[in-house]
Design a protein around this ligand. Structure first.
Ligand SMILES: O=P(O)(O)OC[C@H]1O[C@H](OP(=O)(O)OP(=O)(O)O)[C@H](O)[C@@H]1O
Ligand SMILES: NC(=O)CC[C@H](N)C(=O)O
Ligand SMILES: [Mg+2]
Length: 511
């Protein structure tokens, strides 16, 4: 799940973008990039790694201008990890466009084919985002006939993008010399929020994956961008918005609430923190049913994300809640690391048990989700080694059984620990005495309650195999799996194996 951010300000935006990307770091640790604009001139710097490693002072100095966009990447399409696929992407026509994307397109193969055969545009990487950038550029170029641009033309182009592109996409883009664009897919699968800031020179605008960015930058959260909606803000600060899809329906990704988003973010009116507390309450009900004896001495979260749910679960069951793991604050999120070997190694580097909390006790460990089981297998073993008597594992999300095709990297059924296994078999595989999974209806209830009942439908495909874009067939999933299992696709791109059209000019002006 990547993080995206765009700012149209009255003063230089480089530091704001850096600070905003740091706040979105939990959404992508693989690569980071910033593009700023000084009228027609675009400045870009991007690279692999964390925000703090990619941007040095000299890079920051070169990112001049009062308008800019930024991206932190968690790869879902293309290579597992590739410099050439770091975002934003750049195309030089029309005007010069840079684009950053959160989500995953499900028809990128078709789009790339159309680009090659009909639109006569070159796509240089395996990235779906590069295809999206070119579709937008192509649709815009078909509608402009000179060096002028108005909001209607931009919105017409985005309407055409919606009709060509399928899947999940929250997007920020800059059209050099004119303005910043942001749009969200017609189901609003991925989040996108709008903020503003009043200055003596006029309003400044920010668009970001999570509302917490506005808090940190000192902007006021205004609203979520609606599904299918686009906003266009000129370099002078004129704001336009328009619905660009004939039949938008909000069906946001439930996994944002389970795992991805920060708890201090509000998405589509749902406080992520509150949704997680409610997940804990719902899970407590399930524990009561499944473990009626409640032979549990202590509830312990598996840090970080499960803390909110675990606390509320303990409270609802009247059980003590204790912190039982020391987390190394310098290790990132393990689930979004590319490659099973690094994920497995990092669990042990990241979490270490505080033995006294486990010795001689029946413990209930709580995690927000169990996906590949990497975390739980390691953790249960550590807890046993620390002398726990009985180990129950409760998950605030239901079993993850189906590939996720909308921006979360869980593409093959056989890497998911719950596929083809009963709860008892999963418990045995993980080494737990019992496993308690949230029911999907309870998870939906929790998130819906947190929305005050306004949202009742969520994108839940990884739990129930129902894909809302209607284009996911067994053949599609088979192809996705075959691609992932092929040794070529797991190869990390060494710098230089793919011509990187952007990085070559990383520290200079693009134009
Ligand atoms: O079953 P798995 O494949 O291990 O995936 C699930 C685990 O990964 C995530 O933790 P992560 O370390 O990424 O981040 P966190 O610190 O935010 O919990 C998530 O919170 C679970 O703990
Ligand atoms: N997680 C995401 O949003 C990824 C965006 C895009 N599909 C990429 O792989 O770069
Ligand atoms: Mg975790």
């Amino acid at each position: 799940m990547c993080g995206i951010l765009g700012v149209v300000a009255k003063t230089p935006v480089n530091q704001m973008l850096y600070d905003g990307l740091l706040v979105l770091q939990h959404r992508g640790q693989d690569a980071a990039g910033i593009v700023t604009a000084e009228q027609q001139v675009l400045h870009m710097h991007k690279g692999q790694g964390l925000v703090r490693d990619v941007f040095r002072t000299r890079n920051m100095r070169s990112l001049m201008g009062n308008v800019g966009i930024g991206h932190v990447r968690y790869p879902t399409a293309g290579s597992a990890s590739s410099l050439a696929e770091a975002q934003p992407f750049y195309v030089n026509s029309p005007f010069g466009i840079v684009l950053a994307h959160n989500g995953n397109l499900t028809n990128d193969k078709q789009l790339k084919e159309d680009m090659y055969r009909t639109d006569l545009r070159h796509i240089n990487t395996n990235s779906d985002s590069e295809a999206l950038c070119n579709v937008f550029a192509h649709e815009l170029s078909r509608r402009v006939s000179g060096p002028q641009l108005d909001a209607k033309t931009v919105f017409d182009a985005i309407t055409a993008v919606h009709s060509r592109v399928k899947g999940a996409y929250a997007v920020v883009a800059i059209i050099a010399g004119f303005g910043m664009v942001a749009f969200r897919d017609p189901h609003g699968i991925r989040p996108l929020s709008l903020g503003e800031h009043d200055t003596a020179e006029g309003k400044e605008y920010a668009v970001a994956s999570e509302s917490v960015v506005h808090d940190v930058l000192g902007f006021k959260f205004v609203r979520d961008i609606a599904p299918g909606e686009a906003v266009y803000i000129t370099f002078e600060g004129e704001f336009f918005s328009q619905q660009c899809h004939p039949s938008p329906t909000l069906i946001p990704c439930i996994f944002e609430h389970v795992y991805f988003a920060r708890p201090d973010t509000v998405i589509d009116g749902i406080s992520v923190h509150e949704a997680r507390l409610k997940m804990g309450e719902q899970l407590a009900e399930k524990v009561r049913k499944q473990v009626p004896a409640l032979d549990i001495d202590v509830v312990i979260p598996i840090p970080d994300t499960s803390r909110d749910s675990a606390l509320q679960l303990a409270d609802a069951l009247g059980l003590p809640y204790r912190e039982g793991f020391m987390k190394n604050r310098y290790i990132g999120r393990t689930f979004i690391m590319p490659g099973q070997a690094s994920r497995k190694k990092s669990v042990r580097q990241k979490l270490n048990p505080i033995a006294v909390e486990f010795r001689g006790k029946n413990v209930m460990l709580v995690d927000d989700s169990i996906v590949r089981g990497t975390t739980s297998k390691e953790i249960v073993q550590m807890v046993r080694d620390s002398g726990a008597k009985k180990v129950y594992l409760a998950s605030a999300a239901p079993p993850v059984k189906f590939p996720h095709v909308y921006g979360i990297d869980m593409p093959t059924r056989n890497e998911l620990i719950a596929t083809g296994r009963t709860d008892a078999q999963i418990a045995a595989e993980i080494g737990a005495d019992g496993i308690i999974y949230q029911d999907l209806s309870a998870l939906i209830q929790a998130c819906s309650d947190a929305s005050g009942g306004k949202i009742t439908e969520f994108e839940t495909s990884c739990f129930d195999g129902h894909y809302i874009t209607g284009d996911i067939t067994d053949a599609y999933l088979d192809e996705l799996e075959a691609k992932r299992l092929s040794p070529l696709s797991n190869k990390t791109n060494e710098a230089g194996t793919v011509i990187d059209l952007n990085i070559g000019v990383a520290e200079q002006n693009l134009i």
